[in-house]
Design a protein around this ligand. Structure first.
Ligand code: CA
Ligand code: CA
Ligand code: CA
Ligand code: CA
Length: 313
């Protein structure tokens, strides 16, 4: 079984979590823009510094990245496609070399990270390839050691003798090069991760969705690693997060100023749902509230798409 299709759909779904809580949205008719084959993930950020959000999309099947620049009126214009030497899965935008221009950090299959430094006009330099650990499945960027320089965290699944999950940490030297990797054990079937300061101490923390001992066990959790501010972390705490959590998003959903987490639970064996864990502001979370999701919508992409990679069993 693979996770790709579920992750892709979950990513799109979870992006609308804030809207779900705020009000029922309404939209103008959609406009289609051409991207590559088997798209996996999309991120938004201002790549060319004009104050208008732009898009980057990973095309796993085409082994390419699609870049669209926002024109400011809700429409987009295509920018040159940067080169990546591999099949891109997920990606993150961040300024890794501190030049004020957003860069792309791309998880490539198999077992590589591509860093593309932005030129500030929507184009990018040649990719810098980092070889990472076996079976990477998710990536996040944030400052983990308090030096103001964004670091990379990668969550990995590996199966020999396991399954066992772990996180690879790449601390940034500030110029886009990284210290030797650090490792952190991370559950059984981790799926995605985020970096954020959830207890307000100014130190980056790690949040990881974990499917636990497998899809049949129905014991998924949110793992929280509170950061010590030096690239090390306190022991993980687990919070109930449904049966098979596959992706997560952070936001302040109840307006109390404390970060909350929304998690897509499934789709696997049961109808999919959203698990919302309200944060207490000290790094702990309350028992989740579940919001049912439309099972027909969630199942359709899974049933009609061809699995590709990220094998978990
Ligand atoms: Ca822009
Ligand atoms: Ca940069
Ligand atoms: Ca750092
Ligand atoms: Ca913290």
């Amino acid at each position: 079984m693979t996770l790709n299709i579920r992750f892709r759909f979950a990513t799109i779904l979870i992006a609308s979590v804030g809207i779900v809580f705020a009000q029922k949205p309404s939209f103008a008719p959609g406009v289609n823009y051409l991207i590559g084959a088997t798209p996996q993930a999309v991120v938004i950020g201002d790549l060319n510094g004009d104050g208008v959000p732009d898009l980057a999309v990973t095309n796993f099947g085409s082994k390419s990245i699609s870049i669209y620049l926002g024109k400011g009126d809700g429409t987009l214009t295509a920018a040159p496609t940067p080169t990546v030497n591999g099949s891109p899965q997920s990606l993150v935008m961040a300024d890794l070399n501190g030049d004020g221009k957003l860069d792309l950090v791309i998880l490539l299959y198999p077992q590589r990270i591509a860093v593309l430094f932005g030129n500030g006009d929507g184009t990018f330099g040649s990719p810098i390839i980092l070889i990472v650990d076996k079976d990477p499945i998710g990536i996040a960027v944030g400052d983990l050691n308090g030096d103001g320089k964004p670091d990379i965290a990668i969550v990995n699944q590996t199966s020999p003798g396991g399954p066992v999950g772990y996180i690879t940490l790449l601390l940034n030297n500030g110029n886009g090069t990284f210290l030797p990797p650090l490792h952190l054990s991370a559950g059984q079937f981790p799926t995605r991760l985020k970096i954020a300061d959830i207890n307000g101490d100014g130190k980056g923390d790690l949040l990881v969705t974990d499917m636990g001992l497998g899809t049949l066990q129905r014991n998924g959790s949110l793992m929280v690693f509170l950061g010590n501010g030096d690239g090390t972390f306190q022991a993980a705490k687990h919070y109930a997060a449904g049966n098979t959590p596959v992706d997560l998003a952070l936001g302040d959903f109840n307006g109390d100023g404390r970060p909350d987490v929304a998690i897509v639970d499934g789709p696997y064996l049961e109808p999919s749902r959203l698990a919302v864990l309200l944060g207490n502001g000290d790094g702990s979370f309350q028992t989740p509230t579940f919001i049912p999701l439309d099972p027909a919508r969630m199942q359709l992409p899974w049933l009609t798409s061809t699995p590709t990679t990220n094998k978990i069993s």
